[in-house]
Design a protein. Structure first.
Length: 183
Protein backbone atom coordinates (compact mmCIF):
# COMPACT_ATOMS: atom_id res chain seq x y z
CA UNK A 1 0.00 0.00 0.00
CA UNK A 2 2.93 2.31 0.72
CA UNK A 3 4.00 1.90 -2.91
CA UNK A 4 0.71 3.24 -4.18
CA UNK A 5 0.80 6.36 -2.05
CA UNK A 6 3.29 8.18 -4.28
CA UNK A 7 1.23 7.15 -7.29
CA UNK A 8 -1.94 8.47 -5.63
CA UNK A 9 -0.13 11.63 -4.73
CA UNK A 10 0.96 12.08 -8.34
CA UNK A 11 -2.58 11.48 -9.57
CA UNK A 12 -3.93 13.96 -7.01
CA UNK A 13 -1.38 16.56 -8.12
CA UNK A 14 -2.23 15.96 -11.80
CA UNK A 15 -5.91 16.30 -10.99
CA UNK A 16 -5.28 19.56 -9.12
CA UNK A 17 -3.21 20.84 -12.03
CA UNK A 18 -6.02 19.98 -14.41
CA UNK A 19 -8.53 21.83 -12.24
CA UNK A 20 -6.22 24.82 -12.05
CA UNK A 21 -5.88 24.70 -15.82
CA UNK A 22 -9.68 24.74 -16.18
CA UNK A 23 -9.92 27.71 -13.82
CA UNK A 24 -7.23 29.52 -15.76
CA UNK A 25 -9.04 28.81 -19.05
CA UNK A 26 -12.29 30.12 -17.56
CA UNK A 27 -10.52 33.28 -16.38
CA UNK A 28 -9.07 33.82 -19.84
CA UNK A 29 -12.51 33.34 -21.36
CA UNK A 30 -13.99 35.92 -18.96
CA UNK A 31 -11.19 38.31 -19.80
CA UNK A 32 -12.00 37.89 -23.50
CA UNK A 33 -15.67 38.63 -22.80
CA UNK A 34 -14.70 41.77 -20.90
CA UNK A 35 -12.60 42.86 -23.85
CA UNK A 36 -15.63 42.36 -26.12
CA UNK A 37 -17.77 44.48 -23.80
CA UNK A 38 -15.12 47.20 -23.92
CA UNK A 39 -15.16 47.13 -27.71
CA UNK A 40 -18.96 47.41 -27.70
CA UNK A 41 -18.82 50.39 -25.34
CA UNK A 42 -16.22 52.05 -27.54
CA UNK A 43 -18.44 51.52 -30.61
CA UNK A 44 -21.43 53.04 -28.78
CA UNK A 45 -19.37 56.04 -27.71
CA UNK A 46 -18.17 56.51 -31.29
CA UNK A 47 -21.76 56.37 -32.57
CA UNK A 48 -22.77 58.96 -29.97
CA UNK A 49 -20.01 61.25 -31.23
CA UNK A 50 -20.89 60.62 -34.88
CA UNK A 51 -24.48 61.94 -34.65
CA UNK A 52 -23.57 65.51 -33.58
CA UNK A 53 -20.70 65.51 -36.07
CA UNK A 54 -23.08 64.66 -38.91
CA UNK A 55 -25.47 67.39 -37.72
CA UNK A 56 -22.54 69.83 -37.74
CA UNK A 57 -21.63 68.78 -41.28
CA UNK A 58 -25.26 69.28 -42.34
CA UNK A 59 -25.21 72.77 -40.78
CA UNK A 60 -22.04 73.64 -42.69
CA UNK A 61 -23.74 72.69 -45.95
CA UNK A 62 -26.87 74.72 -45.14
CA UNK A 63 -25.59 78.09 -46.47
CA UNK A 64 -24.41 76.81 -49.86
CA UNK A 65 -27.59 74.74 -50.18
CA UNK A 66 -29.79 77.79 -49.53
CA UNK A 67 -27.73 79.82 -52.00
CA UNK A 68 -28.30 77.12 -54.61
CA UNK A 69 -32.06 77.19 -53.95
CA UNK A 70 -32.10 80.95 -54.29
CA UNK A 71 -30.10 80.78 -57.51
CA UNK A 72 -32.52 78.20 -58.87
CA UNK A 73 -35.45 80.40 -57.89
CA UNK A 74 -33.98 83.42 -59.65
CA UNK A 75 -33.15 81.40 -62.73
CA UNK A 76 -29.68 82.95 -62.95
CA UNK A 77 -26.58 82.41 -60.88
CA UNK A 78 -25.77 85.01 -58.25
CA UNK A 79 -22.21 85.15 -59.52
CA UNK A 80 -20.99 84.74 -63.04
CA UNK A 81 -19.42 81.38 -63.78
CA UNK A 82 -18.55 82.08 -67.41
CA UNK A 83 -16.50 84.70 -69.18
CA UNK A 84 -13.17 86.19 -68.31
CA UNK A 85 -13.95 89.89 -68.10
CA UNK A 86 -14.21 91.42 -64.67
CA UNK A 87 -16.96 93.88 -63.96
CA UNK A 88 -17.11 96.34 -61.11
CA UNK A 89 -20.09 95.80 -58.88
CA UNK A 90 -21.93 98.99 -58.04
CA UNK A 91 -24.11 99.80 -55.06
CA UNK A 92 -27.21 99.44 -57.25
CA UNK A 93 -26.19 95.88 -58.16
CA UNK A 94 -25.83 94.99 -54.50
CA UNK A 95 -29.22 96.49 -53.64
CA UNK A 96 -30.91 94.66 -56.52
CA UNK A 97 -29.38 91.32 -55.54
CA UNK A 98 -30.34 91.91 -51.92
CA UNK A 99 -33.91 92.69 -52.95
CA UNK A 100 -34.11 89.51 -55.01
CA UNK A 101 -32.72 87.44 -52.14
CA UNK A 102 -35.18 88.97 -49.68
CA UNK A 103 -38.13 88.28 -52.00
CA UNK A 104 -37.03 84.70 -52.56
CA UNK A 105 -36.45 84.11 -48.85
CA UNK A 106 -40.09 85.07 -48.28
CA UNK A 107 -41.11 82.49 -50.87
CA UNK A 108 -38.92 79.77 -49.37
CA UNK A 109 -39.37 79.81 -45.59
CA UNK A 110 -37.06 77.68 -43.50
CA UNK A 111 -39.96 75.96 -41.70
CA UNK A 112 -43.04 75.31 -43.79
CA UNK A 113 -46.41 73.84 -42.99
CA UNK A 114 -46.46 70.59 -44.88
CA UNK A 115 -48.97 68.30 -43.17
CA UNK A 116 -50.90 66.23 -45.69
CA UNK A 117 -54.08 66.72 -43.61
CA UNK A 118 -53.98 70.45 -44.45
CA UNK A 119 -53.73 70.02 -48.22
CA UNK A 120 -56.17 69.36 -51.04
CA UNK A 121 -55.79 68.88 -54.80
CA UNK A 122 -52.31 67.36 -54.31
CA UNK A 123 -50.41 66.79 -57.59
CA UNK A 124 -47.06 65.04 -57.98
CA UNK A 125 -44.62 67.27 -59.91
CA UNK A 126 -41.44 65.19 -59.85
CA UNK A 127 -38.34 64.49 -57.76
CA UNK A 128 -35.67 66.89 -56.56
CA UNK A 129 -32.59 65.54 -54.74
CA UNK A 130 -34.48 62.35 -53.90
CA UNK A 131 -37.57 64.11 -52.50
CA UNK A 132 -41.02 63.85 -54.06
CA UNK A 133 -42.21 67.36 -54.94
CA UNK A 134 -45.92 68.21 -55.04
CA UNK A 135 -48.21 71.16 -55.64
CA UNK A 136 -51.46 71.61 -53.72
CA UNK A 137 -54.07 74.03 -52.45
CA UNK A 138 -54.57 74.66 -48.76
CA UNK A 139 -57.83 73.38 -47.26
CA UNK A 140 -60.09 75.52 -45.05
CA UNK A 141 -58.46 74.34 -41.82
CA UNK A 142 -55.02 75.36 -43.10
CA UNK A 143 -56.32 78.77 -44.11
CA UNK A 144 -57.97 79.27 -40.72
CA UNK A 145 -54.64 78.88 -38.88
CA UNK A 146 -52.68 81.00 -41.34
CA UNK A 147 -50.94 78.37 -43.40
CA UNK A 148 -52.04 80.00 -46.63
CA UNK A 149 -48.94 82.22 -46.25
CA UNK A 150 -46.76 79.18 -46.97
CA UNK A 151 -45.92 78.11 -50.54
CA UNK A 152 -48.11 75.53 -52.25
CA UNK A 153 -45.21 73.60 -53.74
CA UNK A 154 -42.96 71.32 -51.71
CA UNK A 155 -42.90 68.00 -49.90
CA UNK A 156 -45.41 66.15 -47.76
CA UNK A 157 -44.32 65.91 -44.13
CA UNK A 158 -45.68 62.40 -43.57
CA UNK A 159 -43.55 61.11 -46.47
CA UNK A 160 -40.41 62.91 -45.31
CA UNK A 161 -40.89 61.55 -41.76
CA UNK A 162 -40.42 58.00 -43.06
CA UNK A 163 -36.88 58.58 -44.36
CA UNK A 164 -35.69 61.82 -42.71
CA UNK A 165 -37.53 62.28 -39.38
CA UNK A 166 -35.06 64.95 -38.22
CA UNK A 167 -36.52 67.33 -40.85
CA UNK A 168 -40.08 67.12 -39.48
CA UNK A 169 -41.54 68.70 -36.35
CA UNK A 170 -45.01 68.95 -34.92
CA UNK A 171 -46.39 72.42 -34.16
CA UNK A 172 -48.53 73.43 -31.17
CA UNK A 173 -51.71 72.55 -33.10
CA UNK A 174 -50.45 68.99 -33.71
CA UNK A 175 -49.73 69.45 -37.42
CA UNK A 176 -46.45 68.56 -39.11
CA UNK A 177 -44.01 71.13 -40.44
CA UNK A 178 -40.88 70.51 -42.53
CA UNK A 179 -37.55 72.22 -42.02
CA UNK A 180 -36.61 72.75 -45.65
CA UNK A 181 -33.12 73.75 -44.54
CA UNK A 182 -32.45 70.14 -43.49
CA UNK A 183 -33.70 68.73 -46.78
Amino acid sequence: MAQFTPQFQLQAQAQQAGLLGDIQAQNLQRLGLLGGIGAQQQALQQAALEAPYQEFQRALAYGPQQLGLLQAGMGTPLQSTTGTAQQKTGFGDVLAAGGELYALSKLLPLMGGSDERMKKDIKFLGKEKGHNIYSWNWNDKAKSIGWDKYPTIGVIAQEVMKYMPEAVTKNDDGYYMVNYGVL
